[in-house]
Design a protein around this ligand. Sequence first.
Ligand code: RUQ
Ligand code: CUA
Length: 658
Amino acid sequence: MKNKILAVIATIFLGTVVLVSCKPKSSGDAVSGDAAQKAYVAPGKYDEFYNFVSGGFSGQMSVYGLPSGRLLRVIPVFSVDPEKGWGYSEETKPMLNTSHGFVPWDDLHHVNMSQTNGEIDGRWVFANGNNTPRVARVDLKTFKTAEIIEIPNSAGNHSSPFITENTEYVIAGTRFSVPADYSDGDVPINTYKQNFKGHISFIKVGKEGEMDIAFQLLTPGVNFDLSHAGKGKSHGWFFFSTYNTEQANTLLEVNASQKDKDFIMAVNWKKAEEYIKAGKGKKQAVRYAHNTWDEKTHTAKSEIKTEVLVLDAMALKDICYMIPCPKSPHGCDVDPTGEYIVGSGKLAALIPVFSFDKLQAAIAKKQFDGDYEGIPVLKYESVLHGEVKKPGLGPLHTEFDGKGNAYTSFFVSSEIVKWDIKTLKVLDRVPTYYSIGHLMIPGGDSRKPFGKYLVAYNKITKDRYLPTGPELAQSAQLFDISGDKMKLILDYPTIGEPHYAQGAPADLIRNNGQYKFYKLDTNQHPYVAKGEKENKVVREGNKVHVYMTSIRSHFAPDNIEGIKLGDEVYFHVTNLEQDWDVPHGFGIKGANNAELLIMPGETTTLKWVPDRVGIFPMYCTDFCSALHQEMSGYVRVSPKGSKVPISYSLGTNLPAVK
Ligand code: RUQ
Ligand code: CUA
């Protein structure tokens, strides 16, 4: 036992040595001669692809153009963003509500685009929140987070938000197994084996994208890492990588690396649906938030749900099957045909590729090697298509080019290896700078990859960019994969820590009915002012509602008096513009939250509690016109009990009241 621990530590140590010493030579000139030309997008020209990149611990998603690597937008998802007032305006606050209250941060690891017939369709991008388990949906007509659903019975929603080929389901597999919310969680930590259980959620996606947890599968307590849906012939199945099948609860770096093989769990979700229909699910009492954004009222609503349907996969023997997979598999990827399932064991020195046909045959012939807590374990050889031998060190993730090739990232040996899915022969390898996690080919996890570019997302960039203190930019590296050999053509720094990413042809999204502005006539915000005739300031006790409008280049009203200490002031600002790209901003001195950024036709609210008597300037924060600097006004704050009445004006002076 002790020797085994030492051996594991030695392996990890060796890995560290390799990691530190793996800086490839000639890292400066690994770029091909025509690289600049290939990544160049002339001024005024559009990029060919959108690139949606997760922000990791920034809780955001960023949008780049490819091949230029130009940053186009940062979308707040699980994070507050003072730039846009997201999580600060009254309307957006409910989006970040959870059963634990307001949680304005999360760890966003994976993004996954909606699909139709296994092809990316440009409607939505989903994202997972790792920390306080959540799944978000970003609407690609507005590039805004439209919905967030919390996941009960889970902790560390890492194996998420992967999608079935018609976006029937978005799944969420728990990273940490924990006692279920509906059981007594006050148990000793060392009772992991008895009390800790896994839950995998199948979130149904409606026509408008609306999410609802259809059911959860109760599984043995292990760590779920990643997953991908079957496609084509394997549609109806889902594959999850697991680790810590040792069920350790301390020093996982050693104790969860004991077994030679962990599992890829194959889930027959069509079968699960049948059991649900047959009434085999059990309703369990839980609490989770479901937050939705309404584009008519420009307001989010948060609802706490109290029930979830749980199906016991250990009792029902034919939903889940365990496929042995060497050494703590991380990535679990399915090729475009749906036949091959690639498991990347991060401590393994080979890549096993499993066959869906063989999986079906092995299940039919019951080629089992016993069971794992009630889940049949298949014989490794019975499911194996073959192994990629000596591919590199620390395989993590695989994407596909649609031409029969797979591309796997190697964290420890810092490289990308291209190999042939059928023959399993290594065809090419290129160094990355430096430690690559995920990689992405537009459509590279769908049935129809656009195998022209590949982007590597690197976690440790060391000396790659100008130093910026102790924290260095993480990076993306763009490769041209249109030929036999991969060619590095561009580096670009990223926002936060890039984990997974997705890419889509620009036209697919550009032509999907993008919003240019919100129509004022259809604005149903309860505090809208649809024109300057509707401006008013209304006192209700100590609450003051300001029905304000903005249009180039003034606010109406722009002089407000009668506010008193102890008041809560709500500035409901409607942007009256009806044209593309004319937002206005709103900031006021001393507001202890953020600004507002109001899109044309939208109404947004800033709550302000003045803390002292005086005159408080407010102004537009977004450079909207030549007279933007004139777009300002004043609010007078008087002492508590003052006799100054509520009054407001634009263009005229208010009567002097002392
Ligand atoms: S993970 S670097 Cu959180 Cu997707 Cu593999
Ligand atoms: Cu409106 Cu600046």
